[in-house]
Design a protein around this ligand. Structure first.
Ligand code: ADP
Ligand code: ZN
Length: 702
């Protein structure tokens, strides 16, 4: 247990440097454990907030924190993010010139940086600083790379065991999103940290809405989906390189900013595509699973699986790339039997064929679920959810079962008539009474059951047949050209009057919304969020850092909701720390005020002060003005300060005494004229209100 003072310090540091008021689940306990010099193993899902767990202690410990990270792209992003928060950090790699490397050594020796990122391959070059004199903590990110059980095994991670031997008293914190028991044991063993405290967080990513749809006419469905997601970044995962290119080009033809990404493209092309995506210049990436490992972009709002992934691990890792900022995100998976067949072909003949096929089967079950999908997903990872999640398609649209016995009998009798030799496409054609070449050539149009299912559309038949397969009433013979065959269950339906329950095929909500899309688009562009997003984009280009590092979507959303109009209010936004307030505060506050003014018709910029002044002259109290204007009293005070500074007749001493102004004058000197109000607030041990500080400063400065 840490001292009370140290605990309070955790919170002030969290707000000052990261802009957050509270810790997420486990973060505080982990940080306290690091500060108590324990070794730690942290398992937290992607977006759970692992970085703060070593970045915050780094600020409170004396020397530097060494961060081992597998990807150079990821390091740069983290260092940029830290710099934006006013934390000095650097990364080291073997491709840097020796003078640049020496500069980093100097910084370490002179304690000018708090965090140093390095790839395991480059650790050997750090000999002269690798001592307990300089290093106070070692963080090992993506720690599962150490284990050959994991899917991202990196041989260079296996030499990390020497760290504990070289620096026996330096706490190690290993972090990963992979929870699996064998991997965990492997990490602890190989790092020589047998006594590490293990922190296991829930795997659930509640903010991600899960949805699965049948893969009919995917491109149209995707375009409709994207049209409702104006300016929202997303990733579409495809199975093949070719389909990433085809899909991106179809989207482009529809005016959507999409780019393909796969391992077959040149290094330069891939780097540029990734950069443009990080910087919000490209909205959408159509990618193979080669894309994503180096992506920490917190404002990816959705992930689509154009094809079914080969297992649940992959699916969960890929959808985990959206919604890292904790606000609403969408994961949409298209399910088709063609994909299942293709994935089976891939798996067959592999050395671990059985495992692969079993994993594929679980993926298929997830896709076909008629109960809460999140429950299925989490149970796969050994976590049990007691309630349905309420944020998946099944929870939102519980399937309506009806007596589908006749439908089933029709399908099964056609399968029988065709001698269990045809795949579902032909079965449906016969059911619907088609007269195409295959049907006529084979004489299927002469069958008694040709056309018995005319009244049901092709798509609906497709879904009913999938349901019949899922319930075991028929099956696909993968080795016989995917012919549909009967099972012991089918006979019960055909001859023993067994009842079959089916669910109505879902009509997707997108379809109904399409016509109104242009209208919502226009309205969307007019929101405060959109204005703030544009400002963020402008700043991101000026500073050459990705927009989400200026502010996350979550922070912009909160600004839209709370509409802060002065520094004190702005500082209350989650994600606004001291440096971001200092550097971006003015511009964002100005944008919010100008938006508010623009909202009231026929009023020009600056009128907000005028209205406040009019009401003030009428003799209304601050609270009354605030209430009438639907603004906070703090904002009204900030208006009065501005009016006073502009020379308007405001009796400012009604709100702040001469003594208080004197006290502030002294504080200003003692603090060396800070640019923000917070240092004053702290100077007075939080006992002088922000509005008084502001008013007194206005008097002093004018
Ligand atoms: P991980 O490394 O576990 O994938 P990150 O460390 O990148 O996750 O954090 C994910 C997101 O959550 C980031 O946008 C981060 O700023 C935010 N975050 C982290 N801790 C908190 C907190 N205590 N309150 C609010 N947001 C947080
Ligand atoms: Zn659910």
């Amino acid at each position: 247990m840490l001292l009370k003072d140290t605990q309070a310090k955790l919170f002030t540091t969290l707000k000052k440097y990261f802009g957050y008021d509270s810790f997420r689940e486990q973060q505080q306990a982990i940080i306290e454990s690091v500060l108590s010099k324990n070794d730690n193993l942290v398992i937290m899902p992607t977006g759970g907030g692992k970085s703060v767990c070593f970045q915050l202690p780094a600020l409170l410990l004396d020397g530097i924190t060494l961060v081992i990270s597998p990807l150079i792209a990821l390091m740069k992003d983290q260092v940029d993010g830290l710099t934006a928060n006013g934390i000095s950090a650097a990364f080291f790699n073997s491709s840097q010139q020796s003078f640049a490397q020496n500069e980093i050594f100097d910084k370490v020796i002179n304690s000018e940086i708090k965090l140093l990122y390095v790839a395991p391959e480059s650790l050997g070059l750090l000999e002269n600083i690798l001592s307990e004199k300089h290093i106070s903590c070692i963080a090992i990110d993506e720690a599962h790379c150490i284990s050959s059980w994991g899917h991202d095994f990196r041989p260079s991670y296996q030499q990390l065991g020497f760290l504990k031997q070289t620096l026996p008293n330096t706490p190690i914190i290993a972090l990963t999103a992979t929870a699996d028991k064998a991997t965990r044991q492997d990490i602890v063993d190989q790092l020589n940290i047998p006594n590490a405290t293990q922190f296991l967080s829930s795997f659930d990513r509640k903010n991600i809405e899960l949805e699965v749809r049948p893969a009919n006419d995917r491109v149209t469905q995707i375009i409709k989906f994207i049209n409702k997601k104006t300016n929202e970044a997303g990733i579409i995962y495809c199975l093949s390189r070719k389909s990433t290119e085809q899909l991106a080009s179809k989207l482009k033809q529809n005016g959507i900013k999409a780019m393909p990404y796969h391992a077959g493209l040149s290094f330069d092309a891939r780097t540029k595509t990734q950069e443009d995506f990080l910087f919000d210049k490209t909205q959408i990436i159509c990618a193979t699973i080669a894309f994503g490992m180096g992506i920490d972009k917190s404002n990816v709002r959705w992930v689509i699986h154009y094809n079914m992934p080969k297992n649940i691990e992959g699916y969960y890792q890929e959808i985990g790339r959206c919604g890292r900022d904790g606000i609403k995100a969408n994961a949409l998976l298209f399910h088709s039997y063609a994909d299942v067949i293709q994935l089976r072909n891939f798996a067959e003949g592999a050395s671990n064929e059985e495992v692969q096929l079993a994993k594929l089967e679980r993926m298929k079950q997830f896709s076909e679920a008629t109960t809460c999908r999140r429950k299925i997903l989490l149970s796969y990872f050994g976590e049990l959810l007691s309630e349905n999640c309420g944020n998946c398609d099944v929870c939102k649209n519980p399937p309506q079962f009806f007596d589908g016995t006749i439908i089933a009998q029709k399908a099964l009798s056609v399968i029988t008539r065709l001698n269990e030799s045809e795949a579902s496409g032909v079965i449906i054609d016969v059911l619907r009474g088609a007269h195409n070449a295959t049907i006529i050539d084979k004489g299927y149009d002469k069958l008694k059951s040709h056309g018995v299912g005319k009244d049901i559309s092709w798509q609906d038949w497709q879904q009913y047949i999938i349901q019949l397969i899922n319930q075991g009433f028929c099956e696909i013979a993968f080795h016989k050209n995917n012919a549909l065959q009967l099972t012991s269950f089918s006979k019960k339906v055909l001859f023993e009057k067994k009842l079959v329950y089916l669910t109505k095929p879902v009509a997707f909500k997108d379809q109904a919304v399409v016509q109104s899309a242009p209208k919502t688009k226009k309205a969307k562009n007019d929101t405060l969020f959109e204005r703030l997003r544009k400002l963020r984009y402008k700043i991101s280009l000026e500073e050459n850092i990705p927009a989400y590092l200026v502010f996350s979507d979550a922070s912009l959303k909160e600004m839209e909701r709370a509409r802060p109009m002065c520094e004190a209010e702005f500082m209350e936004i989650s994600g606004v720390g001291q440096r971001k307030l200092d550097v971006y505060g003015d511009e964002f506050i100005a944008e919010i005020i100008s938006f508010m003014d623009g909202k009231t018709p026929k009023k020009k910029k600056g009128d907000t002060y005028k209205i406040t002044f009019e009401l003030y002259k009428e003799g209304l109290s601050i609270d009354e003005i605030a209430k009438k204007r639907n603004l906070s009293p703090t904002t009204i005070f900030s208006h009065l300060a501005k009016l006073y500074a502009d020379g308007k007749d405001i009796n400012i001493y009604n709100f702040v005494s001469k003594e208080e102004v004197d006290q502030l004058r002294k504080a200003k000197e003692a603090l060396d004229s800070p640019t923000t109000l917070k240092p004053y607030f702290d100077y007075f041990k939080q006992e002088m209100d922000y509005f008084k500080i502001r008013l007194a400063l206005t008097i002093i400065e004018s």
